[in-house]
Write a protein that binds this ligand. Structure first.
Ligand code: AMP
Ligand code: ZN
Length: 462
């Protein structure tokens, strides 16, 4: 099938052709691990998980390598560890384990490689030495700086005029910089900061700048040039522009990655998420209230390049949709693979620059088809397989309902007793009493469903 991806570098939707069809190579900038990830951070994780799943379907699961790094050296990390009175390692380990659990709960497959910056200091030093040797970087006051004017194509990705780039980069114009645009590859550390032997004969131990980390880790795990590089739109400049400058100059190559993909930003109830506005919400807080698949479906309801407005209403809508879809599939197993035409229809929609809203609209249609197909569970299995391609409907209906019950703050036994009392009242034709019990349960968020055979099941409304 044809895969078309919007490329920030060309500003066009291009047909995707991997450099090596036997190994499609994808790199996505991962988290800086010092605090719980927020729901905005979840967006690239979910979006690129869908891309990873799609690439695996098109090229085969063994022919894709997905690398997402962990930035575990950063001044925000040092500050937070000091505030909490714990070691940097303790902080980064704990934060990474939260991130891993949160993203698993969102139904994301783990990347093939999750390299840590601190395990790649050697590669960074090698790159820095090369850049200095080729005249693309220089040493000044124990720092190593990238020399932006030495890279004539600098700015090609972000296409910004120089003065805008300067403002955007918010670079402090240190007196030792030759050009205000020059950025840090390596900086000296004080004894209380993490430090490694410095390159280029600098005596004081130091630590890397942020941008060089991704050039080093993508090089080590994907090579000098690879297929797709992803991240949030805020990373286009300066982070990705600088990654390109470093890698292309170090390897004397025409490109770092062929395709650059960027997800749009997430707003909460129409506003930029920020701690000061009080609308800052972590993945973990949301997972306390909602199954991960609900958050995933809500996220994918907007095309990844558009800004997304994250609202309670959107989450509620996703929850209702999944409730319906689970009712349709029951406990069938998914049918996956090329033989499932429903899955191919979803793959085609995702193949158009990950058009997840169109894929979801089609899933609604497939749910109707599967619901009305009484004779066989065939359609249900196919529908489930199609949803699985987006990481949705990964459970059975029984598991889904059990999860809802487990999340309930009311006591399931007490609910069962009230249901029995209500059934007895109905049997005795005391409908007022039966209605009263129904309302009592509704007040706790418990919705009763009366079945034809007289039994009553329940689920939680939200
Ligand atoms: P950070 O830890 O801030 O470097 O962010 C990790 C990833 O999350 C990057 O790809 C960012 O672009 C992305 N990101 C951060 N905030 C948001 C947001 N509000 N909406 C969408 N993506 C975001
Ligand atoms: Zn990066």
């Amino acid at each position: 099938m044809e895969l078309r991806l919007y490329n920030t570098l060309t500003r066009a939707k291009d047909n995707f052709r991997p450099l090596d069809p036997h190994l499609v190579r994808l790199y996505v900038c991962g988290p800086t691990v010092y605090d719980h990830a927020h729901i905005g951070n979840a967006r690239p994780v979910i979006v690129f998980d869908v891309l990873n799943r799609l690439l695996r379907r098109v090229y085969g699961p063994d022919h894709v390598r997905y690398v997402r790094n962990i930035t575990d050296v950063d001044d925000k990390i040092n500050t937070r560890a000091a505030e909490r009175g714990i070691s940097i390692r303790e902080l980064t380990e704990e934060t990474y384990s939260w991130f891993r659990d949160d993203t698993a709960a969102l139904g994301c497959l783990p990347p093939d490689v999750e390299p840590r910056a601190t395990d790649h200091i050697r590669e960074m030093q090698v790159l820095i030495e090369r850049l200095v040797a080729s005249g693309h970087a220089y040493v000044a006051e124990e720092h190593v700086l990238f020399n932006v004017p030495a890279m004539p194509e600098y700015g090609k990705l972000s296409r910004r005029p120089l003065d805008e780039m300067l403002n955007g980069a918010r670079v402090d114009v240190a007196p030792f910089k030759r050009d205000p645009m020059d950025f840090v590859l390596w900086k000296p550390s004080t004894p209380d900061q993490p430090g490694w032997p410095s390159p280029c004969g600098i005596e004081t131990p130091g630590r890397p700048g942020w941008h060089i980390e991704c050039s080093a880790m993508s090089w080590r795990h994907l090579g000098e040039t690879f297929d797709i590089h992803g991240g949030g739109i805020d990373l286009v400049f300066p982070h990705h522009e600088n990654e390109i400058a470093q890698s292309r100059c170090a390897f004397d190559s025409g490109s770092m990655a062929q395709v650059w993909m960027h997800n749009g930003f997430l707003l909460v109830e129409g506003e930029k998420m920020s701690k000061s506005l009080g609308n800052f919400v972590t993945i973990r807080e949301l997972l306390a209230d909602w199954p991960g698949e609900v958050l995933r479906l809500a996220m994918l309801s907007t095309h990844y390049r558009q800004p997304i407005n994250w609202t309670r209403q959107g989450i509620g809508f996703a929850a209702k949709t999944l409730d319906k879809w689970y009712r349709v599939i029951g406990d069938v197993d998914a049918e996956t693979g090329e033989g499932n035409p429903f899955e191919s229809e979803i793959a085609d929609r995702l193949g158009d620059d990950l058009n997840s809203p169109s894929a979801i609209t089609h899933l609604h249609h497939l749910a109707d088809v599967a619901e009305h197909e009484e004779a066989s569970s065939h359609m249900k299995r196919r529908f489930k397989g199609a949803a699985n391609l987006m990481g949705l409907l990964q459970e059975t209906e029984t598991e889904w309902r059990a999860r809802q019950r487990a999340a309930v703050s009311v006591d399931p036994e007490a609910i069962s007793e009230l249901i029995a009392a209500r059934n007895a009242a109905r049997k005795a034709r005391d409908f007022a009493a039966a209605d009263h019990i129904r309302e009592q349960l509704a007040a706790q968020g418990v919705v009763l469903m009366d079945n034809k055979d007289g039994t009553t099941s329940w689920e939680l409304s939200r």
